[in-house]
Design a binder for this molecule. Sequence first.
Ligand code: GLC
Ligand code: GLC
Length: 673
Amino acid sequence: MCWWCGRPRRPANSKCQRITPRHRRAPISSLDNRVAPDRSAVDDILAGLSPDRRDLFELRVRRWLPDLRAALALLYPAESAAALQRRLIEAAARAYRDRPADLHRLDQARTLAPDWFQEPAMLGYAAYCDRLGGDLRGVRAQLPYLSELGVTYLHLMPVLRARDGDSDGGYAVADYRDVEPALGTVQDLRDLTAAMRAAGISLVLDLVLNHVAREHHWARAARDGDQTYRGYFHIHPDRAEPDEYEKTLPEVFPDFAPGSFSWDPELSGWVWTTFNSFQWDVNWANPDVFFEYADIVLWLANVGVEVIRLDAIAFLWKRKGTNCQNQPEVHAIAQALRAVLRIAAPATLLKAEAIVAPRELVQYFGRGRSHGKASDLAYHNTLMAQVWSMLATRDTALAVRALGALPTAPTTTSWICYLRCHDDIGWAIDDADAGAVGLGGFAHRSFLSDYYLGEFPGSTARGLVFQPNPATGDRRVSGTTAALAGLEAAEAAGDPAAIDIALRRILLAHAIIMGWGGIPVIWMGDELGMPNDPNWQADPAHAADNRWAHRGPMSSELQAQRFVDGAVAHRLFHGLAQMARARSALPQLHAATPAAVAPGPNPGILMVLRDHPQGELVELFNVTEQWQPWPVRSHYPGAVPAIDALGGNPVQIGDDGCLWLEPYQALWLVAPC
Ligand code: GLC
Ligand code: GLC
């Protein structure tokens, strides 16, 4: 296929007959009409713009149409794909026309620096809006605090209007074009994004695109019997089909929302509900659903959202006989949405929330011919699980094996590296990886649950078990970083030595995620050592869901502690801010430079290498509470002498030829300039 005109090449391997200077300058309308949007409709939409602006739109369409077309062809029959493509280009034209001037300028800047989000200066932070600042205006007041930490990317949990009562933390959206009244208005959201742009912080918002609230107007219309809107959902009159699907479907909330279908009397049917019964899965096989979401994406981009988190993307496409996760179509959906965004609002990125098995992960950046064309960002949940595993076992063998086995991400994309988020932690540990280092996959996952629930002898972790599944033996874990890493218990015991060790452990864990490249994201409160919220059950809507234990409110007293010398919050906050500063000065930590792990002579130390034209970065992480030696003479791939870029000091080699790492010490070693 010719990438320029989208036509098959004839004959095979010959040059495309249509690539001529004349062809390149041809107006859109002269191209094959399977590829070309309806020129006159687009012209009408853009009529009020200057010739330069109109021309820029046309250039972008030419650049991204092949990606859009290829993705839609995978999703829908030819005729509906072509019709949808036309509607999407028209929607993109409207969004482009209406895009505010400052965002248009941001598009230009980002087009000139398309790797902006891969820069080592990126630092993420994630929080619930109400828990960070009360409401959107309150979040604005927190921006100086975030800048002090070095934050350049802020993920606010859902702020769009949710259903009343339990809304799964806002993940049951009743209106995508309105803001939750308790948090403010759409204007407040626009004001916040403008203030954030001025502060150099990109806003990340969720797009919940697997389901809507039962109260969303599509669901209401479906309940009223409107056939068009019934077609937006997966509805079955009896249990025959649901039973077939459920033979191979895992349960996400086996505890409080068992099964994947809910009977709704008003629908007179079983509706697909992967999560809670009030969250109705939408039917992405319906092109109208695609169009609705693409239009919402464009709207969010024009409000100033810079990264759109594709919530639960793994679940979007259903296929009988499978677990209905990670189907190839979900990657095509991301590719098509991305192409639409690149045309209308290229400053905006997509982030896949796919908390899936290690082998399924990298596909979210695009697979095969779509390599690098799906989401720009994805969560590195393998790294997350491996960090906790190393801290529990004081051993790096499994992490080296699992991280080393992952295909490298496309160089134009970036991982989100994190220790925890607002959700529970699931042990994404592959049986084959575990087997390769002499562990049983199930037994190791079970050990990790025991360990972080504080049930394993010697563990001081204070996690809570989330959604235990007796059928599979699966036990996920809730808890803040301080609770899981033993800080909460050490503080409760008033044990200074244990507090010191826990602080080192937390800083080490952050040094690993900050040293991986990509965007490290700190979860609200972890920078201050926030424990689990003892009152998490007080709100009856949350009482059954212990993820709320690690979603406690920010406390201004705790924030003030960062100024108190020697306080836990002081050590953590300044330790992390210092790490972020060191990171931003290291070109090796640009996300395009892959991180490599290799087995070393000491299993208590993880070595991560980043090879870069400006010199190698060698990272060493002691994952134990003992001093550990690293034999430099025999096993150091970088230049000696070296400087530790984290602490800013030259490293001292012992008389025994070893570099000795303190308990939980992290070293980022570079050659001296
Ligand atoms: C996502 C969210 C999670 C939510 C689920 C359903 O995975 O992170 O909090 O429960 O989607 O929307
Ligand atoms: C999302 C995540 C999954 C998590 C669930 C509930 O679907 O992918 O890991 O367990 O939400 O929190």
